[in-house]
Design a protein around this ligand. Structure first.
Ligand SMILES: [Ca+2]
Ligand SMILES: [Ca+2]
Length: 221
């Protein structure tokens, strides 16, 4: 397993991550030189609720019991290297120095298919707000090992609590916050048998949720 060397500390993230102004994700902008900074953006939309997003560990990333996933794409070839997401912490101790499992899959008819990438990252965590359920929502920021994306290809991203290295082993400490409206395919959850379940209907307003995240990288002009 090569996960050990993929462990990335997010300490340099805030200084390095420049998000272009428009909130229309997938459009490269800003930057300069040969590569342009770009981001796929679907940030948390308060007060959307949260979804179970947990695996046993980075070394054994079987969902425990459900792992939320959502799709993304970019209009240009490029390399993604930064990630931001919103989520609920059920124990404040989970805010400090706990690793999360990140995976990227190919797409098959609006469902995750082949595993293309996995990483184990320790994010910076900052309190944001309270959701409709009264849970505390935080924003998580991390630099991730680069992943090459192909223009207009649809991918799926999974961001999960690493239960084995969480504040409370065997209990949910983190839930990934939803957001609306759905963009692209409907977000869903993978169960421990690999079955994909969608859509996700938010308890706040009975509308369908996508997951909340921003992916940043460098793209060809
Ligand atoms: Ca846990
Ligand atoms: Ca989606």
């Amino acid at each position: 397993m090569y996960l050990g060397h993929l462990l990335a500390i997010g300490s340099s993230f805030l200084a390095a991550f420049v998000i272009p102004a428009p909130d229309q994700g997938g459009t490269p902008g800003g930057g300069g030189g040969t590569a342009m900074l770009g981001a796929y953006r679907q940030p948390w939309t308060p007060p959307a609720h949260s979804w179970e997003a947990r695996v046993h560990s980075c070394a054994n990333p079987i969902p425990f019991d459900l792992a939320a996933v959502d799709d993304f794409s970019f209009p240009k070839d490029g390399k993604i290297a930064r990630l931001r997401w919103w989520g609920v912490l059920l124990d404040p101790n989970q805010a400090n120095d706990h690793p999360y499992y990140v995976a990227i899959y190919s797409d098959n008819a609006c469902a995750p298919d082949a595993l293309l990438y996995e990483a184990c990252v320790i994010p910076q965590v900052e309190f944001v707000d309270v959701d409709c359920h009264g849970d505390l929502v935080f924003v998580f920021s991390a630099k991730i090992p680069e992943f090459q994306v192909t223009a207009d290809a649809r991918y799926w991203i999974q961001i999960s609590e690493n239960d084995q290295q969480s504040a409370n082993v065997g209990q949910e400490d983190f839930r990934w916050s939803g957001r609306q409206p759905v963009r692209g395919c409907e977000a869903g959850q993978i169960d421990s048998k690999g079955i994909f379940h969608a859509p996700l209907v938010d308890v706040c307003n009975d509308q369908r949720d996508d997951m909340s995240f921003v992916i940043g990288g460098k793209f060809l002009p």
